[in-house]
Design a protein around this ligand. Structure first.
Ligand code: KG4
Ligand code: ZN
Length: 335
């Protein structure tokens, strides 16, 4: 049995997992800091790093115990190298380096985006070539996965990421951080056609996104409504905003499918947990692609995806030196 320990600390979740081979999850644990940060309205980097420091070693102890193994029995340690918050990344990478050395286990630094890309692959037999829509708090892009480790960037956002747009919209509506799950929940009882928000870049012939104008449109709508006497129709605003974001994402997926002729699509990142996006991408009927979506808890940051991506790199003969260092703006190697 070849076991990989995955460690993810790029932002505000401390996550660890033990993966057997390439797809069997033996144990996984996650300590979320959402409650700690939501009172500040967003992630406080210094605080996130301190929490990782408190949580990481006990979580690693516990996940190894749950997996019925010990450190020296591992075949590989995979840790998020970047992109992410520097203080948070340092905790993960330094811990992984120390453990790799003490246990005599090889180490691999994983690009967080490549990690997201692998999330749908743990539960499916999807193989390249395929398209990958990554929609998170920091990124919104469509990649062509020609082979594992061989990516082309078809297009990305010009400004805000989709998750960032959800978080900013939630702030406009007075909802707590992180905004995506709040808007998703409230939209269920709202009318998505109540407000006609613009669908950004709907008619351009490029695979590209832009969400900052949509957030501004929401802000102006809220200001107009606040001039009246009645309270804000929050569920309708959430549902209408969500409809516009979903439409923008699905429109460009359709364009990427048309341009490349590739019909298999993997979807990952926190916004892939959004119920409207999941429904729109998987609804039977005229859709010209097959979407592979991870379970909602594997859309947001987790260590299973880091272990899976690390293991795949290792199997391709890629690994990292023992003095691996974190890189907050680590690019994904894509042409
Ligand atoms: O992938 P992730 O956990 O962290 C990053 O790498 O950024 O994504 C977090 C983002 C946040 O912006 C959060 O609001 C958004 O994903 N998100 C959602 C949902 N769940 C998380 N957005 C829309 N609907 C959701 N259900
Ligand atoms: Zn992420």
């Amino acid at each position: 049995m070849s076991l990989t320990l995955g460690i993810e600390t790029s932002c505000d979740d401390t996550a660890v997992a033990v993966l057997s081979g390439t797809r069997t999850v033996v144990a996984e644990l996650l300590s979320s800091q959402i409650k700690d940060h939501s009172r500040f309205g967003g992630v406080v980097p210094e605080f996130a790093a301190r929490k990782h420091q408190e949580n990481l070693l006990p979580l690693i102890d516990e996940v190894l115990r749950l997996a019925g193994t010990t450190g020296p029995q591992l075949s590989l340690i995979a840790v998020t190298q970047g992109p992410g918050l520097m203080g948070s990344l340092i905790v993960g990478v330094q811990t992984a380096r120390a453990l790799a050395q003490v246990w005599g286990v090889p180490l691999i630094g994983v690009n967080h985006l490549e990690g997201h890309l692998f999330a749908p692959l743990v539960d499916s037999d999807l193989k390249p070539p395929f398209l990958s829509l990554i929609v998170s708090g920091g990124h919104t892009e469509i990649l062509k996965v020609k082979d594992f480790g061989d990516y082309s960037l078809l297009g990305e956002t010009r400004d805000d990421a989709a998750g960032e747009a959800y978080d900013k919209a939630a702030r406009v509506l007075g909802l707590p951080y992180p905004g995506g799950p709040q808007i998703d929940r409230l939209a269920r009882t709202g009318n998505p056609k109540a407000f006609d928000f613009p669908v950004p870049l709907k008619h351009t012939h490029e695979v590209e996104f832009s969400f900052s104008g949509l957030k501004t449109a929401l802000l102006w709508q809220v200001k107009r409504l606040q001039k009246g006497d009645s309270s804000l129709p929050i569920p309708d605003l959430c549902a209408s905003f969500q409809r516009a974001v979903t439409d923008a994402l699905v429109t460009k997926v359709a364009l990427a499918v048309r341009q490349t002729g590739i019909r298999n699509l993997s979807v990952s990142g926190g916004v892939a947990a959004n119920s409207a996006l999941r429904a729109a991408l998987t609804q039977p009927g005229e859709r010209r692609w097959k979407a592979y979506l991870p379970a909602p808890n594997r859309c947001t940051d987790n260590a299973v995806m880091i272990a899976a991506a690390g293991r795949n790199c290792w199997d391709r003969g890629v690994w990292s030196p023992q003095d691996l260092s974190p890189d907050p703006s680590l690019p994904l190697n894509a042409d």
